[in-house]
Every structure is written in C-alpha cells, then in structure tokens.
Write a protein that binds this ligand. Sequence first.
Ligand code: ADP
Length: 208
Amino acid sequence: MELSDRQEKIIVIVKENGPITGEQIADTLSLSRATLRPDLAILTMAGFLEARPRVGYFYTGKTGSELLTEKIKKYKIKAFQSVPVVVKEHSSVYDAISTMFLGDVGTLFVVDDNSCLTGVLSRKDLLRASMGQKDLDAVPVHIIMTRMPNITICEPEDLLIDGAKKLIDKQIDGLPVVKETKQGLQVVGRITKTTITKVFVELIMDEI
Ligand code: ADP
C-alpha cells in the first residue's frame, strides 16, 4: 500500500519513541488527535503499528512486503470463487461445447442427477473429441471427461494460495470448489487461473 507523507512521519515517530500515545504523536506533529485518528487506524490495520490499550503505539518492524505476504496467505477460496458452469453426464459433446461458449468459461464440471461432481471437461478434451467426429450430438460427455476420483478439488474454507499451487502442480486451468454432502460432492464454485490473475492485479492496484 502507498503511505502518505504524514503516515510515513508517524511511523518514524513511533519507531523512535514507541511506546507512544496518540496524544503524544499528535503533539509532536502539532496536529489534533482527531486529525490523526484515521492515519493511526490505517497504520494499525495494515500492520505497521500495534496499539496496546493504556500503553500506546508500537512499531511492529514489519516491512510492506512482509505485511503483503501475511495478507495474501489469509485469503480463502470462498472470498474469490466464481459461479461454476456445469453439464450433466449424459449431455452430448455438442451441448457441452455450446455451454462452454454461452458460459464463457474454459472448464466445465460434469455432474450426475444429484448435482454431484463426476467429471471435468477442458477445452482440449472437447477439441480432441471433435476431431474426425461427425456427429457430436451422439457422443455423451461422460465418455471423454476426466473422471472422479482423478479430479483435483478445493473447498470454500481452503486457502487461495493452496488452490493456486494445485493449478500449477497439476498443470490445469481450473478447480471445482466443492462441499461434501451425503450424496457426494456438490459443486458450489470455481477457481481458475483468471481468478488468481485478478487477485494479483487487485492487490497491486490496492483494491483488496
Ligand atoms: P486444456 O486441456 O484445455 O489445456 P487443462 O489444462 O485445464 O485445459 O486440462 C488438461 C487436462 O486436465 C484435461 O484432460 C482436463 O480434463 C483435466 N483437468 C482439468 N481440470 C482438472 C481438475 N480440476 N482435476 C483433474 N483434471 C482436470
């Protein structure tokens, strides 16, 4: 995050004089306590300073990149997952291709009649199935999909960084976000390389 000149000054004062009260920081800068309050709140929330009741402010000694790393490591899948696009096992390859275009996604999840995960279809799976095949309506997707138990999944409470590692380790574009139920794994979301790219950009732009 970008700090203002005043916030930088506050950090220096606390670094040199901490523990120090808000009142004392305000006196040093010849400002009112009320004027400083938002800056102190930002610096505390961002982790540069620590506030101890009845003692004052301490400098935590953490650098901007250490704080950024701490922040990213806390992100959970559920805060970033997007809506999954699914097809039924008996859908045809033709229907799956249409759904992929309409849903504007690169990975489809295949579900059974209980809406539980049974497979995954990537762009190349569908391309491969289409090559030399005249009647795409006649081929059901369950014949060509990658099927359970070989599907890499994640859960809403998992860390986003672990999801990102799975995408890299398995060399795949997307992960289904699932919740376990009595019938099986319900698909509740998706995490893709685009999700991770968006997080990267928003972090740099200071939007999250
Ligand atoms: P593409 O095949 O279009 O390059 P991927 O790299 O995502 O896209 O997929 C590569 C292969 O891995 C495909 O056969 C696909 O079915 C399979 N696959 C994709 N996602 C998963 C997943 N989450 N778990 C297991 N296999 C997957």
